[in-house]
Write a protein that binds this ligand. Sequence first.
Ligand SMILES: [Zn+2]
Length: 214
Amino acid sequence: MIELNKIAKPQSLVNNGDDWTKDLMDELYASGVINKTKQSRYNKADVKQAVKDETREKCAYCESKITHIYPGDIEHIIPKALYPRLTFTWSNLTFGCYWCNNKKRDFLNKDCMMLNPYKDKTGDHLRAFGPLLMHINTSKRGEITWRKLELNRPELRDRRQEKIEELQLLIDKYNNETVQALKNLIEAEINDFIESNEYSFSLKQYFEDNKNAV
Ligand SMILES: [Zn+2]
């Protein structure tokens, strides 16, 4: 889980977010139920595009690329079922894969909040060991996130391993290079590879652990 930054609020939320929230909450107070049609108004093309842009089309939690075989959608960090007032709040929206969304669902523990990749230093709570991802022993929030999302599920381990093997080729080149200027260029290529690929959190750690290894 890499740290993420919010980009500008999409126009449909700028234009309508407050009205949609008021409309949803007014009906909820009056009738006691959440109107599903009104609740789903966040699902707009520009909102989806914005969360895709800021996550590089990866799941904000497990960092899998969202594809047709690994589907995903706009995700509410704080569950909208528990906090309907946050349904259209831009800071509460991100991009999540079907699997993480399914494991997380409406889970929320106020005493031990799951990590929020936009607010937390994820490296203080999670640590990658090759394709494995572990929580840091002293971090309860890391542990609850890791257990709830099953961040070591087998398909994630396999896919991380594939990316590590691709990265290893570049690291070998880097480690064997004797001309410093070339080493710098290879390092830039490695950093670009890490940032643009799935599982950046694991790849970044792997490079740290294996650069300059003899
Ligand atoms: Zn995911």
